[in-house]
Design a protein around this ligand. Structure first.
Ligand code: PLP
Length: 408
């Protein structure tokens, strides 16, 4: 773990284009010619290294990005996909079939939750949702049918932290695959190094970082990725959520600045979280000592990338949350929008947006309150200026009162 640095691994890759280009050439073909029929047959069988058959299976551009993301996560290889859900759903369908069971964190992205709760039961796959921070509860939910333990490193939207090493031990003991969605914490946490079998990202967020495309990746062993791409039985190959080569080339270029962006996202989020907590607002940020998993997270992260850019504030009611978000947007502090990892701050009320798939009683049970605002803190150059402007909005709407400001 000591010598593993994900950003250095990306930096050390060298890809050249035709004619000596400093960027690799973009493959602009859906199909590929063969000089011999035998080579074509062998490629179909998956036995020909360096040969391409058809771009739903793989393309040179996608393989460059696969390799870079595998280097980042420290896995043997990877498979990029057209969206984060395009990585999550084939991965789970490859691991589970009718009669199988999944133990999943209950605080996960709403789309993943909806897939496990509403869609996979149609295929005979059952899921038990648990509080992932309680390892004894996780272990007690495992049955003879369980195949997968599923969680997010830092959960969406409540920012609970999963003890990846602890979960990996449980997975090993019961012969399960530990699948971790690391979308909120690229570079900061390296789940495979902590024992996860499969690491997934929505590239849509921090990794691409420019909110101009959706994308996803599954990072895993060669054996698992080969099974996903198998022409006869692979869920990725057969369901077809393939990333387009033009897009993978653009995501690749953005990946190179991820380390700089993550440091600034983390710096800005830490700054605002500390200030708003001091002002008396209910603030959740894994970098705060008050966060229930602060010590655990501290023990898991690659320190230089910090605690990430996600933070939540509870402003009491949905009305106040909505008014504050509208005012902050009007003052050009960020955008009222779902998603995360953009240069501009993004905010939304998860209960009515990204987590609206989760039924109200379950939202209450997991602590997803009406007044909760999820912030993806941007790359603002002067974060003190941002803080002052946000505070002014909060004062105007009585989210913060003059007493709390005076006690500073
Ligand atoms: N995982 C997490 C943690 C997410 O926040 C999201 C999307 O919001 C996804 C997965 C799904 O990714 P995509 O929207 O790229 O399909």
């Amino acid at each position: 773990m000591k010598n593993f640095n994900p950003a250095d691994n990306i930096q050390d890759l060298q890809y050249f284009g035709e004619f000596g280009g400093v960027n690799p050439s973009i493959s602009d073909s859906s199909t590929y010619t063969f000089l011999s029929a035998k080579t074509m047959f062998d490629t179909f069988e998956g036995n020909m290294e360096g040969c391409y058959l058809y771009s739903r299976h793989s393309s040179p551009s996608n393989l460059y990005l696969d390799k870079a993301l595998a280097a980042m996560e420290g896995t043997e290889t990877a498979n990029v996909s057209a969206s984060g859900m395009g990585a999550i759903t084939p991965t789970l369908l490859q691991l589970c079939g009718s009669g199988d069971h999944i133990v999943s964190s209950r605080t996960i992205y709403g789309g993943t939750y909806a897939f496990l709760k509403n869609f996979t039961p149609r295929l005979g796959i059952k899921t038990t949702f648990v509080d992932i921070t309680k390892l004894d509860v996780v272990e007690a939910a495992i049955t003879a049918e369980t195949k997968v333990l599923y969680c997010e490193t830092v959960s969406n939207p409540l920012l609970e932290v999963a003890d990846i090493a602890g979960l990996a031990k449980i997975a090993k003991r019961h012969n399960l695959k530990l699948v971790v969605d690391n979308t909120f914490s690229p570079l900061s946490v390296s789940p495979a190094k902590l024992g996860a079998d499969i690491v997934i990202h929505s590239l849509t967020k921090y990794i691409n970082g420019s909110s101009d495309t959706v994308g996803g990746v599954t990072c895993a062993s060669q054996e698992f990725i080969d099974s996903l791409k198998n022409v006869n039985s692979g869920a990725s190959m057969l369901l077809g959520p393939t990333m387009d080569s033009l897009r993978s080339a653009s995501v690749m270029k953005n990946l190179r600045t991820l380390h700089i962006r993550m440091k600034q996202h983390s710096h800005n989020a830490m700054y605002l979280a500390e200030r708003f907590e001091k002002d008396g607002l209910k603030t959740v940020y894994p970098g705060l000592k008050s966060h229930p998993s602060h010590e655990l997270y501290l023990s898991m992260i690659n320190h230089e990338y910090g605690f990430g850019g996600m933070m939540t504030l509870d402003v009491g009611t949905l009305e106040k949350a909505n008014a504050l978000m509208e005012l902050m947007q009007a003052k050009n502090l960020g955008y009222l929008a779902v998603s995360l990892g953009f240069y501009k701050t993004l905010f939304s009320a998860p209960g009515t947006s990204t987590s609206s798939e989760i039924p109200m009683d379950e939202q209450i049970e997991m602590g997803l309150t009406d007044g909760l605002i999820r912030f993806s803190i941007g790359l603002d150059n002067d974060i003190e200026r941002t803080y002052q402007m946000m505070k002014k909005c909060m004062m105007e709407l009585n989210v913060l009162t003059s007493e709390s400001i005076l006690t500073e």
